[in-house]
Design a protein around this ligand. Sequence first.
Ligand SMILES: [Zn+2]
Length: 517
Amino acid sequence: MISTQVTPVTPKDAAAVILLRHNTNPRAPEVFLVRRSEKLAFLGGYHAFPGGQFDATDAEVAVANASDAETATAISCAARELFEETQVLVARGGEALTQGQRASLLDDLHAGRMSWPALLAHYELHLDANDFTFVGRWVTPPFSARRFDTWFFLVHSPPKQRAHISGDAELASGEFIAAGEAFASWQRSEIMAVPPTLHGLKTLSGGLTDDLVERFLSLPNTARAPVRRIEFRPNYICFPVRTPTKPPATHTNCYLIYNSRELLIIDPGSPYEDEQAALAASVDELLSEGRSLREIVITHVHPDHVGGVNALREHLRNRAPSGSVTVAAHRLTAEALGDVMGAIKIDRFIEDDEVITLAGEPEISLRAMHTPGHARGHLCFYEARTGTLVSGDNIVGLGSVLIDPPEGNMRDYLHSLERMRALPNLSVIFGGHGPAIANAYAKLDEYISHRLDREQKILAAVRHGAATPKEIVAQVYTDVSPKAHAMAERAALAHLEKLVEDGLVAESVLGRFVSPA
Ligand SMILES: [Zn+2]
């Protein structure tokens, strides 16, 4: 609800390697794909190519045949990250090293006994740009808490080197897999990957043709053009739009859920004309391919989720003057919108357990769940076939969820979290902000235990004499920056209200919170 304009974080330089198996079948090339640990806060559970951020020393490595210093640094980073994560060393002069010698080199690097440039120099190893084919540079969209400007290189694995992930806490597993097979697995909604990974898999599945690099570079996104439509999962387009939202978020995710015949739009939240135009263009494109608009759905009342509803409705009406545009939400959202911003008209109410089924292929049936807590009329949508949950602001991909009474209610929120936790076969959560969450159950457990832990600490603080939200924040919210203390006090109040309802805390006539007599 805070309308401070926040600048998205600056992307950090990074490099990644699309590693092909030695002598792989050119018609069905195999590539080394890793799965990120479920425990990672950023893209936990995603499939990806090995890679990481530039290190300070990467620029000190000389790279033969590199076109410029920046490219050389990117290649040095790519080679180091590949070595660190997969034990594959792509360096001229390294052919004579045994597996054991490479392992001991890696040990020196990990332990910090030798820097990357010193290690290469010591063993007379040389990096050569001809071993690293540039296949694009992608920038993480500004909706993410962590952003990278990543150079991608296609690399043929040297003979006699076995790639395997090296006990890296960041990676759960890694193996060579036919790119086409991995892409098909994404198409079946079995794995999650970011756009450059999917583009790499899809491009490689066309085989190692003469025009391979051309096909890689055919997307403007490979030349750092902003990624607007993110299809983490087939048929679910995440379209982040800039909004006046709560930091650290700067964008709200609008979702365009489509199949062969229909399109459903969830939360067109931006009040800004440039963002509304970009969204409208994508909607037009999906409709021009022969789909019709099912309706616009609002998950909850907050301005950063409804700020673009009227503009989009107008745009769609002008596009097809005869057609009507339905806007749907929970009854309580409609009531709250009437209070707050009467200008948004809700045409249809969605109740708990209603199923919205899109006509066409594949079958997409979204079951509405009334999940109050963050907002009274909050709706989530669950698709059982693929285990997909569109969670609105109940679970988000960055930052934290504010429970601000009286619209917010902690008891309701915990109950809603438990309901979501009980969903079977949950494989992805699409939140109102930030990247999709591939480690769904781990994230829900983290949310639930975080709130219960907070509640216990607040109860202990009250028992030790803290009697107001301000005093509680000073004692308990030690992890929150002073700038966010006003918001933390609202959250503390939500916890206190629940503790009062539970009979564990009493509110005095003067509004102080104390242990019950
Ligand atoms: Zn919200």
